[in-house]
Design a protein around this ligand. Structure first.
Ligand code: GNR
Ligand code: NI
Length: 184
C-alpha cells in the first residue's frame, strides 16, 4: 500500500479519458488499495484513478462519518444505466482543485453497473451524496471536472486561479525565485 501524489489542475492528465480494466485482478485490487490510502490521507470522500495519474476506470468512495468505522466502496468500469429526472444540488469540492467549492446540480438518483473488488458484476441504485459522488468520480474517468458543470464565468475564474499558481511554480520560467516570492 502507498500514498500517491494527487494531480491538480491544470495537469492535462486530468482531461484524459480512462480505459476499462475488464477484469478486477490483483493488480487492480492493489491500485484500489493505494487509492483508498491516498483518499483517507487527503482526506476526501472519493477518488478516481486518474487523480493519481492512472488512466483506468477505477473509483473508490467512503462516505462514513468521521467517528464511524471506515466503509470503503470500490468500483471498476462503472456505467450509469439510468438517471432520475429530478436533480439535487450539493456543494462540491475536488482534491484536484484544492480550496475551491461550488454548488453543482446533478440527477438526484442514478443506477450504476460496475465490477466490485472481487470482480463481481453488481448494480446499485444510488441517491443522496453517494449519487453525487459517483457522478463526480465517473466524470473524472471521462476527463471531466465538476467545474465543467458551472457557468463559464465561474469555471474560468477557477481555472485562472490554478493557471496562475502553476505558472509561479513552473521551474522553466525565466523568473527568479525572488520575483516568484513577490508575486506569490
Ligand atoms: O472529497 C471530495 N468531496 C466531495 C464533495 C462533494 C462532491 C464530491 C466530492 S468528491 C471529493 C474528492 C474528489 O475529488 N474526488 O474526485
Ligand atoms: Ni474530484
Amino acid at each position: 500500500m502507498a500514498i500517491r501524489p494527487i494531480l491538480c489542475l491544470p495537469d492535462p492528465r486530468l482531461r484524459a479519458a480512462s480505459e476499462n480494466v475488464g477484469v478486477v485482478d490483483d493488480e487492480v485490487r492493489a491500485l484500489m488499495d493505494d487509492m483508498l490510502e491516498t483518499m483517507y490521507d487527503a482526506p476526501g470522500i472519493g477518488l478516481a484513478a486518474i487523480q493519481i495519474g492512472v488512466a483506468k476506470r477505477v473509483i473508490v468512495i467512503d462516505l462514513a462519518k468521521k467517528d464511524d468505522p471506515p466503509a470503503p466502496q470500490c468500483f471498476a468500469d462503472p456505467e450509469i444505466l439510468e438517471r432520475s429526472e429530478d436533480a439535487s444540488v450539493y456543494e462540491e469540492g475536488c482534491l484536484s482543485i484544492p480550496d475551491y467549492y461550488e454548488e453543482v446540480s446533478r440527477p438526484a438518483k442514478v443506477r450504476v453497473r460496475f465490477l466490485d473488488r472481487n470482480n463481481e458484476r453488481r448494480e446499485i441504485e444510488a441517491e443522496g451524496l453517494l449519487a453525487t459522488c459517483l457522478q463526480h468520480e465517473i466524470d473524472h474517468l471521462d476527463g471531466k471536472l465538476f467545474i465543467d458543470h458551472l457557468s463559464r464565468l465561474k469555471r474560468e475564474r477557477a481555472i485562472k486561479k490554478f493557471a496562475k499558481a502553476s505558472r509561479l511554480n513552473e521551474p522553466a520560467t525565466p523568473r527568479g525565485p525572488e520575483i516568484r516570492e513577490k508575486l506569490g
